[in-house]
Design a protein around this ligand. Structure first.
Ligand code: PLP
Length: 374
C-alpha cells in the first residue's frame, strides 16, 4: 500500500556507516547501539544492517530490547544496560545477554538469579567516571570488583566487561574527558588487581570513537553515527550517510488572499495572495510543535519553512506562486548529499535547539518505516 507519509530507511547506508565507523576507530570492534527502536529506524532491520556492516556487538538500553533481538534469531553478543528492579534478569541470563551492572544491589540480584538457574551470568560492571548518571562511584568500586571476583570463583558470574560513559565527548577538548579517562584507567587497574579479566573494556560513544583514539580500548559503542548523523554539531564525518528520510505527500493545495491567518492561533499571516500546501504530518508523528514557523522542508524542489502552528496531524507550507500539486512529496529531512536542498536532521535540531537524536527517535508509530537496500 502506498502511504501518504513514511520514513524511508536506507539499510545499505546503515551497513556502510558501520564499516566507515570501524575505519574511523582504527578497526576497533564496534557495538551498534540499537536502543529506542534503532534510534527510530526500526530495531531489527537496523541491527541486521549493522551486523552486515561489521558490527560485532549490539547494545540496547533495556533487557526487553535485547530479548527481542534474540527472539528474532540474532546470535551476536548483546548488552543491555538500564536495569531497574523487576527486570527479567533470568531471561537475559538464559539468552546470553550481557548485563550492564550499574549498582551493587543489581550485582546481588543477578547473582541470585544465576544461582537459581544454575547458569553463569555475563555482567559488565559500569564505573561512574563522572557522568553522575548510572554506574558505581569510585568509592564503592573496590567492594564491587571484589564481590564480582568472589562470584567468578563459584562460576555464577563472568565479568565480561568493564565500561563507562562520557558526559561531554561531543565537546572535544572538554576537561571532563581527560578526567573521566583517568578514573576509567584507575577502575580498570582495580579490576585487574582482584583478578578480573574482562573481555571488553569500553567507554567511547560515537563522538569519542570519532575524536578520541585513546578512548577506544577494546570496543566502541556507535549509536547516532551508525545512522549517519554526526554526534557533534558542525562536525562533518566523512563516509557517513543519513539513513532516514522523512517525507509526506501534500494532501491539498489552495489559493488564499493576502492577510490570511494560517493554522491554529494564526501565528503566520500571508503577506500576499499565495498558495498553501497542507502536509499530513504533525506532532503526533514526531514533528515538534516547536517547529511552528521554523521547521525546514523541501517542497517543489525548493527549501521552505513551515507556515504557522504545527498541529497534531498536519502543518502548512506557503509555496507562493510555485506550482505544487497534491500528491507531491514534501521532504522534512534526509540526506542533503543525495538531494541538494534536503534539510538534515541536524538542520531540524539546530532550529529547535536540540540534537538530531531527538529528531529521529521521535518519528511516531503512525509513520511506517519503508526499507530500501539491505
Ligand atoms: C551507554 C551508552 N553508550 C552508547 C550510546 C551511544 O551514544 P551515541 O549515540 O552518542 O553514539 C548511548 C546512547 O545514549 C548510551 O546510553
Amino acid at each position: 500500500m502506498a502511504h501518504f507519509a513514511h520514513a524511508r530507511v536506507d539499510l545499505d547506508a546503515i551497513a556502510d556507516n558501520a564499516r566507515s565507523l570501524r575505519g574511523h576507530a582504527g578497526g576497533t570492534p564496534l557495538m551498534g547501539v540499537v536502543k529506542a527502536d534503532g534510534y527510530g529506524h526500526g530495531m531489527l532491520p537496523a541491527a541486521r544492517a549493522l551486523l552486515a556492516g561489521g558490527a560485532g556487538w549490539l547494545g540496547t538500553a533495556f533487557i526487553d530490547e535485547g530479548l527481542r533481538l534474540r527472539e528474532a534469531g540474532i546470535t551476536a553478543p548483546v548488552m543491555s544496560w538500564i536495569i531497574p528492579p523487576g527486570e527479567p534478569l533470568g531471561a537475559a541470563i538464559e539468552n546470553d545477554i550481557d548485563l550492564g551492572v550499574s549498582d551493587p544491589l543489581l550485582l546481588d540480584a543477578v547473582l541470585a538469579e544465576a544461582r537459581r538457574l544454575g547458569r553463569t551470568a555475563r555482567v559488565q560492571l559500569k564505573i561512574d567516571t563522572g557522568l553522575n548518571r548510572g554506574g558505581v562511584g569510585s568509592a564503592e568500586w573496590g567492594d564491587l570488583v571484589e564481590a564480582a571476583a568472589r562470584a567468578e570463583e563459584t562460576g555464577d558470574l563472568k565479568v565480561s566487561g568493564v565500561w563507562s560513559h562520557f558526559a561531554c565527548a561531543d565537546e572535544p577538548g572538554h576537561p571532563s574527558i581527560a578526567a573521566q579517562l583517568a578514573v576509567f584507567h584507575d577502575a580498570l587497574a582495580a579490576a585487574d588487581k582482584v583478578g578480573l579479566t574482562p573481555e571488553v573494556r569500553h567507554i567511547a560513544n560515537s563522538a569519542a570513537l570519532l575524536t578520541l583514539p585513546e578512548a577506544r580500548f577494546d570496543l566502541v559503542r556507535g549509536g547516532i553515527a551508525s545512522y549517519g548523523l554526526s554526534p557533534i554539531p558542525n562536525y562533518d564525518v566523512p563516509g557517513l550517510r543519513p539513513a532516514m528520510t522523512l517525507r509526506a505527500r501534500v494532501a491539498l493545495t489552495k489559493r488564499v488572499p493576502a492577510g490570511s491567518g494560517v493554522s491554529y492561533g494564526h501565528r503566520y499571516v500571508t503577506d500576499r495572495e499565495t498558495t498553501l500546501a497542507l502536509v499530513p504530518l504533525g506532532y503526533a508523528d514526531g514533528v515538534p510543535r516547536a517547529a511552528t514557523n521554523r521547521g525546514p522542508v523541501l517542497l517543489g524542489g525548493r527549501p521552505r519553512v513551515i507556515a504557522g502552528t504545527v498541529c497534531m496531524d498536519q502543518f502548512v507550507i506557503d509555496v507562493g506562486d510555485d506550482e505544487v500539486t497534491a500528491g507531491e512529496y514534501a521532504v522534512l529531512f534526509g540526506d542533503p548529499g543525495e538531494h541538494p536542498g534536503t534539510p538534515s536532521a541536524q538542520d531540524w535540531a539546530r532550529v529547535l535547539d536540540t540534537i538530531p537524536y531527538e529528531i529521529v527517535t521521535r518519528v511516531g508509530v503512525r509513520v511506517p518505516r519503508e526499507y530500501v537496500g539491505g
